[in-house]
Design a protein around this ligand. Structure first.
Ligand code: ASP
Ligand code: MG
Length: 539
């Protein structure tokens, strides 16, 4: 059995759905398959918007419901179906959307929204997308069996981020997924409480649904099909020249996913890890790319650091004072106060002098956290045993992750010297005893710079790169370029120095190439591709 989960962009249009089917068809030739799907991209957000607006008695909820209807209609309109399949599907899509409109009208009238109703509404996205994907599969003769995840996945009553009752769920999945059938399709994200109400597994939870199925069925593999080529060495939106990490351990994947790399929903890893089922992250836009395999015994390859991640916009809260030294229970009270307010601690350090504890939370939680701490230490604050709580904003958190850092000396040294050489000041540092993750807090505006500097240092090469921009390409300039071209290789080999000429300008034209201009043909390239800007140099 193979479980394949397809994310929102992989079911986002008729074209994507047909691509999904061709990927599934190949797998289904060799093994029974369970396909788990997300809602079409953006739909869960629209559902949330619709119910929030309706409950706020904002009439524009109607336009949002219409947008949801249009999105699905357009998709169905462009998939080829037999008339029979098509009429069945239209009912399967129109009816729930009509019901959605009616529920929203009800919310508008009463002006109220409970978590229970919200979970019910948010479940429509996956119900619709799974029906829409099943129909063309049926049309193509793949005979999928649609499985209602609300019947198979049983949870508690935390409607919007429910906890799974594994013994019951595993039993139900085994009853539902029977041998003899080759292809099943199930909506991700949605479940039902033990008292029979709709629940969801938290935003991004379709990955988790797939892992729950995989775990219950002892699947051979759990494939997560998304729109990127696996787990990258860093976020490509912030870092240049990121690479796909071909293999990593469950623990590395967990560290990276908890820490902001949004490729996989963190709880997904646990059910797969418990049964040692490999998780393979693949790109449905580029199915031939090998992606990333997460397993118990990965080949670590040349990299001992596997990834860099960051969280933006955090606040650092410091509690300090002489009244904290050697007093047991101080940290316990802090954790308790924060837990009661359901505040998530992202990072924590305490110096061995015990004089201060500092921890990081999201900016949104900072005010609540300060209040909770001030109440918890009311007595110590009043008697000056603890100093006033100190909060700093506009900070970001960066983590360097990799199993290979364990028992290897010099990694922390390299991290901090790279940052130091580039003028980035570190506010706080934490390293877990697993040595798999070194995290530190810096100013928010330095995040992209820190990530790029570390990425170059750990992934790109052992070389130091110098970027040059040459103004003037006459006799002298051309000779200099010629000399650089001749020396480039020997500098690289002898001195680990990578000289990149990224810009050349003469009096008429300017050529810019961030990855380096090919100096063997620079004259032609400047002539042909250079822009007509000249930096105002005299002829
Ligand atoms: N549709 C849900 C969401 O957007 C679940 C998922 O896509 O995994 O959060
Ligand atoms: Mg997702």
């Amino acid at each position: 059995m193979i479980v394949m989960k397809f994310g929102g962009t992989s079911v986002g249009s008729a074209e994507r759905i047909l691509q999904l089917i061709s990927i599934v068809r190949k797998r289904a030739e060799h093994s029974p398959v369970v396909v788990v799907v997300s809602a079409m991209s953006g739909v869960t957000n629209l559902l949330e918007e619709a119910c929030n607006k309706a409950a706020a008695q904002d009439e524009s909820f109607k336009a949002v419901v219409e947008a949801i209807a249009r999105r699905h209609d357009e998709c169905i309109g462009s998939i080829p179906f037999s008339p029979l399949v098509s009429s069945k599907l239209i009912v399967q899509v129109r009816e729930p959307i009509q019901r959605l409109g009616e529920i929203c009208k009800g919310l508008f009238l009463v002006g109220d929204l409970t978590a229970k109703t919200k979970a019910h509404i948010m479940s429509y996205g996956e119900l619709l997308s799974s029906r829409i994907v099943a129909a063309p599969m049926e049309h193509e003769g793949l005979s999928p069996t649609w499985v209602d995840s609300r019947k198979t996945i049983v949870t508690d009553n935390q409607y919007l981020s429910a906890r799974v009752d594994f013994p019951t769920t595993n039993k139900r999945i085994k009853e539902e997924i029977v041998s003899g059938t080759r292809l099943f399709i199930a909506p991700g994200y949605i479940a039902r409480s033990n008292t029979g109400e709709s629940t969801t597994l938290g935003r991004g939870g379709s990955d988790y649904t797939a892992a729950i199925f995989a775990g219950a069925l002892d699947a051979e593999a759990l494939e997560i099909w998304t729109d990127v080529n696996g787990m990258m060495s860093a976020d490509p939106r912030l870092v240049r020249d990121t690479i796909t990490i071909p293999e990593m351990s469950y623990e590395e994947a967990m560290e990276l996913s908890y820490f902001g790399a949004k490729v996989i929903y963190p709880p997904t890893i646990q059910p797969a890890m418990a049964k040692q089922i490999p998780i393979i992250i693949k790109n449905s836009f580029q199915p031939e790319h090998p992606g990333t395999t997460i397993s118990k015994h990965p080949q670590h390859g040349p990299y001992y650091v596997k990834g860099l991640t960051s969280i933006q916009d955090i606040a650092l809260i410091t509690i300090s004072g002489t009244g904290m030294i050697g007093v047991p229970g101080i940290a316990e009270r802090m954790f308790h106060a924060l837990a009661q307010e359901r505040i998530n601690i992202l990072f924590i350090t305490q110096s061995s002098s015990e004089h201060s504890i500092c921890f990081a939370v999201t900016r949104a939680d900072a005010g609540k956290a300060q209040h909770a701490i001030e109440q918890a230490y009311e007595f110590e604050l009043a008697s000056s045993k603890i100093d006033p709580v100190h909060i700093e904003y506009d900070l970001g958190l960066v983590a360097v992750v990799g199993d290979g850092m364990r028992e290897r000396s010099g990694v922390a040294g390299k991290i901090f010297s790279l940052l130091g050489e580039n003028g980035i000041n570190i506010r706080a540092i934490a390293q877990g005893a697993t040595e798999r993750n070194v995290s530190f807090v810096i100013n928010q505006h330095n995040i992209a710079k820190a990530l790029n500097v570390l990425h170059e240092g750990f992934f790109l090469s052992r070389y130091k790169t110098i970027h040059l921009f040459l103004l003037g390409a006459g006799n002298v300039g051309a000779t200099l370029i010629q000399q650089i071209a001749t020396a480039q290789r020997s500098f690289l080999e002898a001195g680990n120095l990578d000289i990149k000429v990224c810009g050349i300008a003469n009096s008429k034209k300017m050529l810019l190439e961030p990855n380096g201009i090919d100096l063997t043909v620079w004259m032609n390239t400047l002539q042909e591709k250079g822009s007509a800007e000249s930096f105002g140099m005299e002829k």
